[in-house]
Each structure stands twice: as structure tokens, then as C-alpha cells.
Design a binder for this molecule. Structure first.
Ligand code: FES
Length: 341
């Protein structure tokens, strides 16, 4: 089956705005108090509730829960192709890294979405190359079919240690639930999570609850993956500090790019906008202290340890970090670069 996620979600969002329920957009949750009633602090306001569901992609209720998930960045291209060239289907290959395809019928042309080239978030220094690799793959696969790249974007996929998502009631926190680890199948599993968690809140039986129990730790099914995926944490935590992949000076950074720079003994995440204006932030991820890495394709600072992502102004784009990167303590002595220089 294939459906348009926006056409699916918009009517649902309208329904939520009835019967005392609300959606607050662009409202960053900073703290949750788990007493009765539960209080969620966000944007200077407090929302009270009987139950809370952590559907935050990367869970933010527990710093260590993220060890059961591996964050991958995935890339996609939207290609205009002649109408009717491909059947309306969803497919993926078994290459490493793998690719997926789907077709969206349109007026005058179809849109072929080709994605893949995934890598652990923050662990690739040339993210632009992933888009080039996708384009090469498309050219090779499409042969003589003419295509035009109309769109490109990337997103984050959370891969659970034993293959099944983590959805359900949290054992350690009363009336709290989590839904995460969809492994790229968020439209299906997000819907399933809504059905399952509403069953749990209403004390109804759901035969699948045990399978996706978020409190599980199945050594036999996921122990090896757990170890492999978490090996990177100490390596990046310690290795990056001993041998940081840093630029000599802020002056060496081109407009529109970013790089780590050692300023007065502080590792600084420095970026320049298209006009050469410098923003210098602490390079230490506010989740558990790894150094962030520059993502050139998306112009963001990404953490190689558990996938937190930050905008160039330091704001959290993606958890598990809850706090943004603060401004660097070091003073900037480098003159701002003139436009076009
Ligand atoms: Fe965990 Fe950065 S996301 S240390």
C-alpha cells in the first residue's frame, strides 16, 4: 500500500483540535515533571496531563535509553521522470548502503523518489557526496530514461537494537509512554503506536504489546548489534578529544561552511553564513559531551554519539539533547569575511 502522508495527517491534525486536545507547533519541551498531574514545561508555558507520551523521535525521558537505538542519516532525491515510466510501487535493494524507490504520479510527469546512502549520524565528513552517490545510482539505474532532480532532502532514521520498535508504557515512570525506533517505517509504526498506546491508557488488551515493550533488553536478538552500535560512543567521546578533526583557524572556513576550531583551548563549532558572518558555539554536545561534527549537506552540527543535531545558531533540531549549543566562551578575534571573499 502507498499513501500520501500529508493528506493522511492533515485531517487527523484537524480532528485533534476538537474535544479539548491541542497541537502546539514549534514548542520545545524543556522539562517534564512526573508527579500527578504530569506537568510538561515548554516555551515558558506548562501543560498538565494525566498521561504523557514521549513521541519525540529520539526519546528524551532517559539519557541512556538512546543506547538501544542507532541514529542514521538517510538521503533522498525527488526526480521528475516521464509519466508512466515506472509502476506505482515501493521497492528497495540489498546493497550496502541500500537504496529505496517509490513513484508518485503527477500532472505532466511522475516523481520518482530514490533514497538511501544512509550512514550513522555525524560520522561522515562529506555528506554532499551522499547526494552525488544517489544521483550516480539514479543515472546508472535509469539508463536512457531522462530525469531531472527536482528535490533533495535528508532525514534521520532510528534503528532499534533487535529490529522491533520500542512502543509502550515505561516501567520506571508512572503514566508515561514512549514510541520510537521505527527504523524508517514511521508512517506504519506511528499509526500502530497511536493504536497501541491508546489501548494501554484505556486498559484494553493488545496482543502486540509484549513484542514492542520498550522496557525489554533482548540479549539474544540484539546484544551483538547493541555492542557494535555503541562501540562508537567511547571512540568519539575520547578519540575526538585527543585527535579532533579541526581547522587551523576560522579564516580557513569558506562562506556557507563550518568547522571545529581550537580557540584559546576551547573546541568551538564555527560556521559562516553565505555573507561570511561567523557564529561560534561550544562544540560539546549537551547530551553527554561528545564533539559535534559539521554536516555540509544540511548545514547543521551533528553528534556522532547518539544523533543529536543542532542548527548553526545552536538550537536543537533533533534530540536526545534537550538544550542547544551555547555560544563559545572564547572571544572571536577573527574579522568577519567580506561577501564573496
Ligand atoms: Fe549523545 Fe551527543 S547525542 S553525546
Amino acid at each position: 500500500g502507498q499513501f500520501n502522508p500529508v493528506q493522511y495527517l492533515m485531517p487527523l491534525a484537524k480532528l485533534i483540535h476538537d474535544e479539548g486536545s491541542y497541537i502546539f507547533e514549534e514548542t520545545h519541551v524543556t522539562r517534564v515533571h512526573h508527579d500527578v498531574p504530569i506537568r510538561v514545561e515548554a516555551g515558558g508555558f506548562v501543560v498538565t496531563a494525566d498521561h504523557v507520551v514521549y513521541a519525540t523521535h529520539q526519546p528524551i525521558h532517559d539519557k541512556l535509553f538512546v543506547a538501544k537505538l542507532a541514529a542514521y542519516q538517510t538521503y533522498a532525491l525527488g526526480l521528475k521522470v516521464p509519466s508512466g515510466t515506472f509502476p506505482q510501487a515501493l521497492a528497495w535493494d540489498t546493497l550496502e548502503p541500500y537504496h529505496y524507490w517509490r513513484q508518485v504520479p503527477g500532472a505532466g510527469h511522475d516523481l520518482l523518489i530514490i533514497g538511501g546512502e544512509d550512514h550513522r549520524t555525524g560520522q561522515d565528513d562529506d555528506t554532499e557526496a551522499r547526494y552525488r552517490a544517489l544521483e550516480d545510482y539514479a543515472a546508472h539505474s535509469l539508463g536512457k530514461v531522462a530525469f531531472e532532480v527536482a528535490y533533495r532532502w535528508s532525514g534521520q532514521v532510528l534503528s532499534p537494537m533487535d529490529g522491533a520498535p520500542f512502543i509502550g508504557r515505561l516501567a520506571a515512570i508512572p503514566n508515561a509512554y514512549v514510541a520510537t525506533g521505527y527504523n524508517g517505517n514511521g508512517m506504519t509504526l506511528g499509526t500502530f503506536a497511536g493504536l497501541l498506546i491508546s489501548d494501554l491508557i484505556l486498559d484494553r488488551e493488545n496482543a502486540l504489546a509484549t513484542l514492542v515493550d520498550p522496557n525489554r533488553f533482548r540479549i539474544a536478538a540484539g546484544g551483538v548489534t547493541f555492542l557494535q552500535e555503541n562501540l562508537g560512543f567511547p571512540r568519539y567521546m575520547v578519540g575526538d578529544r585527543l585527535r579532533p578533526d579541526a581547522c587551523e583557524a576560522i579564516a580557513a572556513i569558506a562562506p556557507g561552511e563550518g568547522c571545529l576550531v581550537d580557540l584559546e583551548g576551547e573546541m568551538v563549532a564555527a560556521s559562516k553564513d553565505e555573507h561570511g558572518k561567523v557564529t561560534a558555539l561550544s562544540a560539546t554536545c549537551t547530551h553527554m559531551g561528545c564533539l559535534v561534527h559539521w554536516n555540509g549537506a544540511e548545514k547543521s552540527w551533528d553528534c556522532p554519539c547518539h544523533g543529536s543535531r543542532f542548527a548553526t545558531n545552536g538550537q536543537v533540531m533533533c534530540g536526545p539533547a534537550r538544550e542547544g549549543l551555547p555560544p563559545a566562551r572564547a572571544t572571536l578575534k577573527v574579522p568577519e569575511q567580506a561577501p564573496g571573499s
